[in-house]
Ligand binder design. Structure first.
Ligand code: IPE
Ligand code: IPE
Ligand code: MG
Length: 278
């Protein structure tokens, strides 16, 4: 059964329909999946158990985003700074990634998901690089959700890399500094294939970006929840999205310039969604 067939028979259908009816759903959601270690520690378990449990939340986020018709989901799975963690933990995370890709790629493909990555992926173990490349190639023509895994990713790393390429283009004479635009800077980044994130979610209550999408997050809405990543399942994602659709994105303008006629109806719909989630 595909995810959309599953949805037809589930109680989530109603909530998803209400969210969609607001007409304000984000095109791109990015998530800083944090708190796996604390989730395990709270239970007297090993940190790796938290990572394992966190994979279930990854599955839920991907499936729910796809059902909702969200076009881009970007998951911060491993930062360039995470290489500094103890070797056994890093090894475990790499093997988890490999097994996730092996196990899930069929289902992702059957559901129209296109897999992409950002980050210094040539630093990943060869076996991981191989399955990753296979998954990317296999799903490259899909037109549903674009699932981007940020792996060995650091935004400053990407910006620096982009600046180096850009500087070389200037030296070669294919680009002149006066012609440089914001769009051109974006086009040099690894994230050039995706729109800027509308919503960035971070779990575990940490109020920071940790080197994630620094250029791209210029006008993103931020949603920070105290909940830990392994506990972040569909209901939590609905809550984050409900919060997001209720916001007014002004992009520097004043409220009267951006207010839509539908805001009154939207508020009552949202109250109903939040009630349904209780
Ligand atoms: C997020 O959980 C997963 C990764 C960064 C790979 P953490 O492992 O950072 O969990 P905490 O923050 O220690 O609880
Ligand atoms: C951020 O989480 C990176 C990922 C979620 C992959 P961390 O747990 O590594 O972030 P800091 O170091 O506490 O900011
Ligand atoms: Mg953490």
């Amino acid at each position: 059964m595909t995810w959309s067939e599953e949805l037809a028979s589930s109680e989530n259908r109603h909530i998803q329909q209400m969210l969609r009816n607001t007409g304000k759903m984000p095109r791109h959601v990015a998530i800083i999946m944090d708190g796996n270690g604390r989730w395990a520690q709270e239970r007297g378990r090993l940190r790796i158990d938290g990572h394992k449990e966190g994979m279930e939340s990854v599955r839920a986020a991907v499936k729910t985003s796809s059902q909702l018709g969200i076009k881009y989901l970007t998951l911060y799975a491993f930062s360039i700074e995470n290489w500094k963690r103890p070797v056994p933990e890093v090894r475990f995370l790499m093997s988890l990634l490999e097994s996730y890709l092996r196990k899930e790629v069929d289902e992702l493909h059957d559901n129209g998901v296109r897999i992409k990555t950002i980050g210094k992926t040539n630093a990943l173990p060869k076996a991981v690089q191989r399955v990753l490349q296979e998954a990317i190639n296999r799903t490259s023509m899909n037109e549903g959700l674009t699932l981007t895994l940020a792996l060995s990713y650091g935004s400053r790393w990407d910006i620096l890399r982009a600046m180096q390429v850009l500087a070389m283009d200037i030296r070669r004479g294919t680009l002149s500094p006066e012609d440089l635009t914001e769009e051109m800077v974006s086009s040099y980044l690894q994230t050039s294939f995706m729109p800027d994130p509308d919503l960035i979610i971070r779990t575990s209550g940490e109020v920071r970006l940790s080197n994630f999408l620094l250029w791209e997050a210029a006008y993103s809405e931020l949603y920070i929840t105290e909940g830990l990543w392994p506990d972040f399942r569909s209901a939590e994602l609905y809550r984050a999205l409900t919060d997001y659709v209720m916001r007014e994105r002004r992009f520097g303008k004043i409220s009267a310039q951006v207010r839509s006629d539908s805001s009154a109806t939207t508020t009552s719909t949202l109250e109903r969604i939040l009630n349904a989630l209780k």
